[in-house]
Write a protein of this length. Structure first.
Length: 355
């Protein structure tokens, strides 16, 4: 009897050891699979009119850092070569075996052909900040650009409820320009119809370009300086307007608004040369886009804030962030608080000791 119990005990012990070894091997196998799993490779394409756009430098840095934190690799293609160069960029990225493509479109319509090729390869596409037109994309990540235009209009109407307005829109190649313009007119049109304000001229630019803006605004100012307010498509355009106004000793007397919270425009706001800039918290947008990119590759799709039409056969999931109007009185509570610019930089020209 004792021998039988002893044999049973030994057999149970051997069985337990076999189970333990099997579990350990299973864990080792699982760990090995996790360690050999390939990284998510994100292709990021940006073609601009110039390398020195302050806004995009911030987006790229934040996006890339967040992607790395998530264990992803970013292959960045950046140039100032325009749309044709961007098409070549995207074709190059496809050759690198990317898992997903993120695009800041130079021309939101001319990229339809190459994006169609990406779709055929079953590679997800995120349109970053600018909605690509005429072809389905997996997701669109941007700010509420129509609200940007409304913020422009509200700021100008509050400051200049009666007077002559000059409207300088952004690039005709960018869907955002039309969204901002639509929001602006939502606010201004009732005042135009009641003849409280008059639109001296409405300009559209070929590109988001300082020199082009300066040339076209300058042509208007040569014809008339009877202008009380300027709606500028972004802060580069606003800076061009302010430079021209300064040459005519009109800076600070004409209300100027723009967007992107560029440093020079934030300085102009606190100095009283620019009425307002629209601040778009880029860190939220870039981080959200990086997380969405990894999720899409791994088969996850969070609920979008809304859907947008891009003249394709499919509604586009829109992941939308909120913009904010920044004036002199709330600069510290927005731009400075968020660390978007330092107080020392914003107030540099005023020789004010801040913090």
């Amino acid at each position: 009897m004792k021998n039988r119990r002893f044999r049973q005990y030994v057999l149970l012990l051997i069985f337990a050891l076999l189970v333990l070894v099997s579990c350990t091997r299973g864990k080792e196998s699982s760990t090995a699979k996790a360690s050999t799993r390939e990284k998510v490779t994100i292709g990021f394409s940006l073609a601009t009119d110039t390398f020195i756009i302050e806004r995009w430098n911030k987006d790229i840095k934040i996006f890339t850092n967040e992607a790395k934190q998530l264990g992803a690799e970013v292959i960045l293609q950046l140039s100032a070569g325009g749309t044709n160069e961007q098409i070549s960029q995207i074709q190059y990225l496809l050759d690198q075996g990317i898992d997903i493509l993120v695009v800041i479109a130079h021309d939101t319509e001319m990229l339809a052909g190459v994006i169609g090729t990406v779709n055929q390869k079953k590679i997800p596409v995120i349109a970053y900040d600018r909605l690509i037109q005429g072809v389905p994309v997996t997701a669109y990540v941007s700010f509420d650009n129509r609200e940007v235009g409304r913020l422009f209009g509200r700021a100008l109407i509050e400051k200049v409820p009666q007077g002559n307005y000059l409207i300088v829109n952004g690039s005709v190649n960018d869907d955002n320009s039309y969204e901002v313009n639509a929001g602006l007119h939502e606010i201004l049109d009732p005042f135009v119809q009641s003849k409280q304000i008059g639109v001296v001229e409405e300009i559209w630019l070929d590109e988001w370009d300082f020199d082009e803006a300066k040339e076209k605004i300058g042509a208007v100012l040569e014809r008339t300086t009877d202008i009380d307010a300027i709606s500028a498509g972004n802060d580069q355009i606003a800076s061009a307007a302010i430079q021209l106004l300064s040459e005519r000793r009109m800076a600070g007397t004409v209300a100027v608004v723009g967007q992107d919270a560029d440093l020079i425009s934030c300085q102009s706001v606190v100095e009283g040369l620019q009425l307002m800039t629209v601040y778009k918290p880029i860190d939220r947008l870039a981080i959200r886009a990086a997380r969405l990119a990894v999720d899409l590759v791994e088969g996850r799709m969070s609920q979008p804030d809304m859907y947008r039409d891009n003249n394709s056969d499919e509604p586009i999931p829109f992941f939308m962030e909120v913009p904010y109007a920044v004036y002199k009185h709330n600069m510290d509570d927005t731009i400075i608080r968020d660390g978007f610019h330092s107080a020392a930089d914003v107030y540099r020209n005023l020789n004010i000791e801040k913090y």
